[in-house]
Design a protein around this ligand. Structure first.
Ligand SMILES: [Fe+2]
Length: 571
């Protein structure tokens, strides 16, 4: 794409709704992932639940190395064949990797020929030694070579889906045993997704129990929107997806509360349950798009979380990520993604996924308490020595934030809220801002040539140009909040004085009768962030992913799949 076309498509760098897109009907992309399911048997969409716990998950660990993870259903014993299919781009034919007697999670190693822009496969399987072979639909996965050939990289970032908040709360109690079971297993998202795929206007009936689990509805709509309208190279989750770190919701799922004293075995059971729930929820995408995870405070691995060992064990088992051999941590909780390196190994866009949860031994009381740990900090500095034009870093939240809890009324702990990056941001909150780790991390990122720090946690989409050091004229650097696909925007957060000081005005929360302000500086749920990186420019969009009117500040005229805001990032 020529530079002028890129900018024309972006329709200008706006932090407001784009009028000409407001009523646009989104057209399906020619290379959309949706056709891969159109001929699938409805009984095995999105996966064969008779023999598997969830769909298979394909993920690159490095440029030429991937794994395909399969999880046989408990009590089943499977023979599995991974059939690599030749494609029109292939320089070689297909091949088969066969495994027999598989009872537990299996990571199948895959080597990707370096020149192929697409990896095509299908999985054949049967109960061991008996029964006829069944097959998944053909799967197509973009490889990093695609970016090398096209010069265009698209990545989607989904943060804070919070489907664990669909647990019973207050007077909102699910009574229907079928809905309770599906909600706990995660299958309710797949059920809703099937309904939405047949009828785009589907909404759970007002008097139904499914209407009480609208986080599942907006999640299903988000996944379907990506399937139908996008074809990203990969997805990064910004955190707060599993719910292992949200034990206050467990009784609302019919599980035991940690307050009653849980054994290590019970934590083990719950960690396994929530990771399998997550794999089922993302099952329509995991065979087709590599999905990576940045740890959030509700994912169970915070340094002070009693379930941290079990949460980590099942993440590594069911959600493998790049690790030590790929230049990341042994525990796969922080790692680099080099996407599309030249033969020299240099020049690939770099995405560094960090972990701001595991190294805080206690829940931070003050912004100064947050840390990523000395080891991870050294790793970050070293990783940023890599030579390339595009470097980005992911955290769940800033390592500091304003000195308040989840809400501004809570003053006895520091929750990492706000887009606070540099010493002047912290002057009213700390006697010595240099003691706040984010100030140091911002300097490390700036010195290391980082273009964007992506982060979640506050459930809004917001772009901030991070100020250069005083008197300096450094290259531009941005902080981008990733939004959230959840059901409702937290308007009570938006009205806090610190929120307004640092994020600005929420504009018009649609459930309110009149606009708070004519200006909207950030956007709430439901949406995901899309990065488009070409050799000519960088753009980030916030895309509406579900109809959650009126519990949002997104105008109703911006339909599902349409762009809410678009920013050209210049450096
Ligand atoms: Fe969070």
């Amino acid at each position: 794409m020529k530079r002028r076309d890129f900018f024309k498509q972006a329709a200008g760098a706006l932090a407001v709704a784009i009028p000409d897109l407001a009523c646009a009907v989104r057209r399906q992309r020619l290379d959309s992932l949706w056709p891969s399911y159109l001929d699938a048997d409805p009984a095995t969409f999105p996966y064969d639940a008779e023999l598997f716990e969830a769909a298979e998950r394909f993920v690159f660990l490095s440029q030429n190395e991937a794994v395909l993870n399969v999880i046989p259903k408990e009590g089943k014993n499977l023979d599995i064949r991974l059939c690599r299919l030749p494609s029109e781009h292939s320089i070689s034919g297909g091949s088969v990797q066969a495994y027999s007697g598989i009872k537990d999670s299996l990571d199948i190693p895959i080597l990707i020929p370096s020149l192929e822009p697409e990896y095509r496969y299908r999985l054949e399987y049967r109960e061991s030694g008996t029964g006829s072979w069944r097959s998944t639909p053909h799967r197509r996965v973009k490889t990093p070579a695609s970016y090398l050939q096209t010069g265009r990289l698209e990545a989607i970032f989904i943060s804070d889906d919070h489907t664990f908040d669909d647990a019973d709360q207050g007077v909102r109690i699910v009574h229907d045993p079928w809905v309770r079971k599906q909600r706990l297993s995660g299958e309710y998202v797949n059920f809703i997704l099937k309904e939405l795929s047949k009828n785009p206007n589907y909404y759970p009936a007002p008097d139904s129990d499914l209407r009480k689990t609208l986080g599942g509805f907006t999640m299903a709509s988000t996944l379907l929107t990506i399937l139908k309208y996008e074809h990203p190279d990969f997805i990064i989750l910004g955190g707060d997806s599993t719910g292992i770190g949200a034990p206050y919701q467990w009784p609302g799922f019919g599980l035991r509360s940690p307050a009653s004293g849980l054994s290590d075995e019970e934590y083990d059971d719950y960690a396994k349950l929530f990771w399998l729930r997550m794999r089922r929820i993302f099952s329509v995408l995991t065979p087709l798009i590599p999905i990576y995870l940045c740890q959030g405070n509700h994912d169970g691995e915070s340094g002070y979380d009693p379930a941290k060992n079990q949460a980590r064990k099942y993440r590594k088992k069911y959600f493998k990520q790049p690790g030590f051999r790929q230049g990341g941590a042994l525990e796969e909780n922080y790692f680099p993604l080099f996407w599309g390196a030249e033969k020299s190994g240099k020049g690939a866009p770099l995405f560094l996924v960090c972990d701001n949860e595991s190294y805080n031994p206690a829940s931070p009381r003050r912004p100064e308490d947050w840390t990523i740990g000395a080891g991870q900090k050294d790793w970050l500095k070293n990783a940023l020595r890599y030579e390339t034009d595009w470097k980005s870093v992911f955290f769940h939240h800033v390592l500091g934030g304003w000195p308040r809890g989840s809400t501004e009324e809570e003053v006895d702990y520091a929750y990492g809220r706000g887009p606070l990056y540099v010493a002047p941001d912290y002057e009213s909150y700390s006697s010595d801002p240099d003691l706040i780790e984010q100030v140091e991390l911002t300097k490390i990122m700036r010195d290391g040539g980082v273009s964007v720090n992506f982060y979640g946690h506050d459930h809004i989409f917001h772009v901030r140009e991070i100020p250069p050091p005083s008197g300096g004229s450094a290259r531009k650097m941005y902080g981008v909040r990733l939004g959230s696909p959840k059901w409702f925007g937290e308007d009570h957060w938006y009205k806090g004085p610190l929120w307004q000081k640092h994020y600005g005005s929420y504009g018009h929360y649609q459930a309110e009768p009149r606009p708070f302000s004519l200006q909207t500086d950030f956007w709430g749920p439901s949406g995901y962030t899309k990065l488009i990186l070409t050799r000519d420019g960088v753009r980030v969009d916030y895309v509406r992913s579900a109809d959650n009117h009126p519990y949002t500040n997104i105008p109703p005229g911006i339909g599902v799949g349409a762009t809410v805001a678009s920013h050209i990032l210049s450096f």
